[in-house]
Design a protein around this ligand. Sequence first.
Ligand SMILES: [Mn+2]
Length: 350
Amino acid sequence: MDELKAFLKDKTALILSEVNRFYLSGMRSSLGYLFLSDGCKILYVDGRYIEAARQAVFEGVEVRLLSKLSEAVSEIVRDLKVKELYCETDLTVCEYEQLKEMLSVPLKASQALSDLILNLRAVKSQKELFFVISAQRAAEKAFGEILNFIKPGVTERRLKLELEYKMQLAGAEGMSFETIAISGKNTSKPHGVPTEKPIEAGDFVTMDFGATVGGYCSDMTRTVAVGHATDEMIYCYNTVLRAQEAGIAAIKPGALCRDVDKTARSVIEKAGFGDCFNHSTGHGVGLEIHEQPNLSARSESRLSPGNIVTCEPGIYLEDRFGVRIEDMLFVTQNGAQNLTNCQKNLIILK
Ligand SMILES: [Mn+2]
């Protein structure tokens, strides 16, 4: 919190993004305005949220009833003696222009403010880790139960729905993202969309899915074979598995994110499939499914204890098949803890 505190020492910020507002206040609402300054947090929400907000906010956050933003800003200007307001950079040009019109003080979009909050969010507290693990347990319980359901004739869409239903029965409050459940040729698209195609014997089935608990996301991917698999499919699967394990072994505090990507990618390159792995190795997970840090070839960031990142290399052969295996890792003081409790050797469903 120290760097954000330092930023706010002589400034007042108006936090607009839903997820940042939730992170910094403890209250999630579709609409609301959080004002932050040195030692002061004031959250404005309207009548729909006022009771819930009073119950949900962290200690030290004052909740006020919102009628009009312009009036709230006038109150803040008066109470905190504010001459200008800082806001995050992730609002649309239109939103920014409208806000500026409404306010009685200048509004400055600050990349430094946005980055400070993203960097804070990248380091998870024990409470946040607990929510991510809870979400992951719901997802892997569903995965354990879905294996009996996968057979020739079941459509991809049906599989997606069943997986989501089972995650919710297992305690998921929501989905981290649109569940991917694809089969056969569709698995060559890393983010393929489930269709009415029935699963067939000889297909790979790739499931990329996550649950949310307490607002926090989980993320995992497994690829299984149905009935039988060719030697080529098995070779690609085992190559991806070796790449993933190499990537996981490279995840530790101080490691450069691009080096983790390189470690996993080079296993796939050496096996001759370098051109068939066309996305980054992993990403941070938290309140949003993609956050900092990014395990990409370009990322100069270093991992720190408290980061939660995925490791998810893949091989995708256009119009034929694809494989991806994804676990979630928690960076500890001296290495990483795998948060995914789920076997990775190729499963061939009979
Ligand atoms: Mn992922």
